[in-house]
Design a protein around this ligand. Structure first.
Ligand code: PEP
Ligand code: MN
Length: 275
């Protein structure tokens, strides 16, 4: 049976065997396995730097941290804003890890590009068309998370908007979708990974932190992402998860992250051997 291509997906559509590799400094997303790690939110200099050093020594390739947050409640921590961007840039200077941070408003795109190596567009904004277009006009790679109610087709259309505006460097990130299940925060749809490999040349990574909402499930689902062919992971790590200002239930401690990275390396060797 021949695959039915998704209507109107042109630039993002699979093109023979060609695979896009997104270059961020020395990091190549889509060639090998890329790990993005760091806190949900940038909270202060000490928290960010300690986490950045630790994830780097455990083998992470990129540092994540939210400065502009889109929280469910207006009464919770909203992020440090520009001060958070400055702390991220400082952490990059110190560790050499390129930065990934979320942009939530078209008016911030240019300013965030001054500090960040990658623009993250979060689940809540996956169909914010003006934001997709603005990120598409920027010179930074875009990490596009799947909307929590989005089909794969809608998600690929989001990528198409960014590419159509002139930016070919899009990384897709599966982060779980809403289902009737309540034990997990979201239902991590790992079948999206091999599905996207059939449909697009863009790299696909997996976020088992938001995908499950439970720190105990992050490593098993991270390993499963390796097994199903993901190009990398995004993982939330905090030096003291109990005290995290956002998403504390899903944050790995520095020790847990180190042990997960060891197992990921082992499993990768095995999976490579199968190819
Ligand atoms: C995040 O990565 O911090 C985040 C808010 O994720 P999502 O957009 O997937 O909810
Ligand atoms: Mn988070």
């Amino acid at each position: 049976m021949t695959l039915q291509p998704i209507k109107n997906i042109k630039l993002a559509a699979r093109d023979g065997g060609r695979r896009t590799v997104v270059k961020i400094g020395n990091v190549r997303v889509g060639a090998g396995f890329t790990v993005i790690a760091g806190p949900c939110s940038v909270e202060n200099a000490g928290q960010l730097l300690e986490t950045a050093r630790a994830v780097k020594s455990a083998g992470a390739d990129l540092l994540r941290g939210g400065a502009f947050k889109v929280r469910t409640s207006p009464y919770t921590f909203q992020g440090l804003g520009v001060k958070g961007l400055r702390l991220l840039a400082k952490a990059r200077d110190e560790t050499g890890l390129p930065i990934v941070t979320e942009v939530v408003d078209t008016r911030d795109v240019r300013r965030i590009c001054e500090y960040s190596d990658v623009l993250q567009i979060g689940a809540r904004n996956m169909q914010n068309i003006p934001l997709l277009k603005e990120a598409g006009r920027s010179a930074r790679p875009v990490l596009l998370k799947r909307g929590m109610q989005a089909t794969i087709e809608e998600w690929l259309n989001g990528a198409e908007y960014i590419m159509e505006a002139g930016n070919p460097d899009v990384i897709l990130c599966e982060r779980g979708i809403r289902t009737f299940e309540t034990y997990t925060r979201n239902t991590l749809d790992l079948s999206a990974v091999p599905s996207l490999k059939e449909l697009t040349h863009l790299p696909v990574i997996v976020d088992p932190s938001h995908g499950t909402g439970r720190s105990s499930l992050v490593e098993p689902m991270g390993l499963a992402a390796v097994a199903c062919g993901a190009d990398g992971l995004m993982v939330e790590v905090h030096r003291n998860p109990k005290e995290a200002l956002s998403d504390k239930d899903q944050a790995l401690s520095i020790r847990q992250f180190g042990s997960m990275m060891g197992r990921i390396r082992q499993l990768r060797k095995f999976v490579e051997g199968l190819r």
